[in-house]
Design a protein around this ligand. Structure first.
Ligand SMILES: [Cu+2]
Length: 117
């Protein structure tokens, strides 16, 4: 009886894999960069990478890897995060081309730049 259930589950998983492999090639053809994957690490009082170039409509996620809080504040007031504790993240979607400079509100010497083009 247990074996039959296991077989049914395996069959279901295989058919899901079939569907995914049918859908996936079309998506891979679109070949834009993946906005979800764009990450700036905040580590050792620096933004890494310090300058990041992304296409329009990219969502950038900053993740705090330090054991003290940091914030992400844009120079022109466009975005501002709350204090991020260790491993907390903040995301912002850049819709328009331009250069967006930002800093840490708690340590203003920490600066970074997002270039959207
Ligand atoms: Cu900071």
């Amino acid at each position: 009886m247990k074996r039959k259930v296991l077989l049914a589950v395996l069959t279901l998983l295989l058919s899901i894999a079939d569907v995914v492999s049918l859908v996936y090639p079309q998506r891979a053809g679109a070949q834009e960069s993946k906005p979800g994957a764009i990450e700036v690490k905040v580590d050792n009082f620096t933004f890494n990478p310090q300058t990041l170039t992304v296409p329009p409509n990219s969502t950038v996620t900053w993740t705090n890897k330090d054991d003290i809080p940091h914030t992400i504040v844009s120079q022109n007031g466009l975005f501002k995060s709350k204090a991020l504790d260790t491993d907390q993240g903040y995301s912002y979607t850049f819709t328009k081309a331009g250069t967006y400079e930002y800093f840490c509100g708690l340590h203003p010497k920490m600066v970074g730049k997002i270039v959207v083009q």
